[in-house]
Design a binder for this molecule. Structure first.
Ligand code: FMN
Length: 400
């Protein structure tokens, strides 16, 4: 689940044309149930009226250090003292320079100086003309901020308001929200852990245009990758083509077939704290893959299938927690417990394949090696994924 609900976010908006996108950013943060305090520079007010932010956040917008100052109505450092995170978006070249130098002549720069020594997440989203961004001064100021723990998001490549094309567009608000969410979870239950998750249904080629596959959507594996990221893990997501957006911060390893998946797991599992095999791996693949499209002919056609390797049985994972999935349509508990033992897993997540595959919701039972079980009733896969990740974090805890 997101780390944003209930968090107090200071959103610093400086004076670039991308200030209008900060409105959407504020809106997304509010929708994520964060409390958002907006601080605008004087230049930012030339681009967007404070009333817009005030209406969206339902809180007064701050600006000059002395404006409406009183001890009760939040002194110059009270915003900083209460903040759980500081985001500056868009960050102009001027504001980036000011923050790097430690100037403190408006509420945004004062809040930065007063808040960041507390070690709160600090996200900076630069937006400016490409030559301003590439200038050695801007680059050195960004390096300074990075060295102090700031997370620099973007800028993105594309067309700028001036008509120039290059590196300088503010990153999309959803990316900034995702980066902030990750930063807020950095000290979470999986902090410092490396998690490898497989997701999606494998595709076994018959010929260049046809595959044998299954109904797995990849949603459960992607939700587990996202929940692991939110809990502070370093996540490698080995995925078949799913069309799902890759969770921000995950390292994607694209695969197609079961054999691809096997070699990707072999390559990435070394040193991982947990391997979570949420992918639906084909048990069989065509014995041969035709070089050209197979032509139809009269009468039935027979395809010979051969066994795919059992990935969890094949890959050596010393010191890695092993989590399997059992998608069954009958005798779910018996099949799951059997697989748990046979594959020497630490835990197995069992679900009814007919309900789980493709759906946004899922209900699962988690069986543990020591005989315990945990029922997770029907809920959105994001919620189920969080429960699974919590269970993994608990199992990892005693391993140090
Ligand atoms: C139309 C217009 C667009 C601008 N866009 C940007 C921009 O995208 N990025 C930037 O760094 N500066 C931009 N500037 C320049 C800043 O507004 C200027 O450097 C200002 O002093 C920034 O103040 P601030 O950092 O306190 O907000 C723009 C100026 C104008 C007039």
């Amino acid at each position: 689940m997101s780390n944003l609900p209930g968090k107090r976010i200071v959103l610093g908006v400086s004076g670039g044309i991308a200030a209008y996108k900060a409105v959407e950013l504020a809106s997304r943060l509010v929708q994520a149930r964060a409390h958002v305090d907006v601080v605008m520079t004087e230049a930012a007010r030339e681009f967007v009226a404070p009333l817009t932010f005030q209406t969206i956040t339902k809180h007064p917008v701050h600006g000059p250090v002395f404006e409406g100052w009183s001890e009760q109505a939040r002194g110059h450092v009270s915003l900083a003292e209460e903040a759980d995170a500081l985001v500056v978006a868009p960050a102009t070249a001027n504001t980036i320079a000011k923050l790097a130098l430690g100037l403190a002549d408006d509420m945004l720069s004062v809040t930065h100086l007063a808040a960041t020594p507390r070690g709160i997440p600090f996200v900076v989203a630069p937006a400016m003309e490409p030559h301003m961004f590439q200038h050695v001064a801007t680059q050195s100021h960004l390096a300074t901020l990075r060295s102090r723990g700031a997370q620099i998001v973007g800028p993105a490549h594309g067309r700028l308001a001036s008509g120039a094309v290059g590196l300088g567009r503010m990153s999309p608000p959803e990316e900034i929200v995702a980066a902030l969410d990750l930063a807020l979870g950095a000290a979470g239950a999986l902090s410092g852990r490396r998690i490898v998750v497989s997701a999606g249904g494998t595709q076994e080629a018959l010929d260049p245009v046809r595959v044998l596959t299954n109904r797995s959507s990849g949603k459960m594996g992607y939700a587990i990758a996202q929940a692991s990221l939110h809990a502070g893990a370093d996540v490698t997501l080995i995925s078949t083509p799913t069309g799902l957006p890759v969770p921000f911060g995950a390292k994607l390893v694209p695969v197609v077939s079961a054999l691809d998946l096997l070699s990707a797991v072999e390559q990435h599992v070394s040193g991982a704290d947990a391997l979570i095999m949420a992918a639906a791996v084909a048990d069989y693949r065509p014995a041969t893959t035709a070089d050209h499209k197979i032509k139809k002919h009269d009468g039935p056609m027979t395809v010979e299938l051969v066994r795919n390797p059992d990935i969890l049985a094949t890959v050596a994972t010393p010191g890695t927690l092993r989590v399997g999935f059992a998608a069954e349509t009958q005798d779910i508990e018996r099949n799951a417990r059997d697989k748990l033992q046979r594959k020497n897993l630490d835990m197995i997540v069992a679900n009814d394949a007919r309900l789980a595959m493709g759906s946004d919701d899922n209900a699962v039972t988690i069986y543990f090696r020591d005989g315990r079980l945990l029922e997770v009733p029907t809920a959105h896969k994001d919620v189920v994924a969080t429960r699974i990740v919590e269970a993994i974090a608990e199992l990892l805890e005693p391993r140090g």
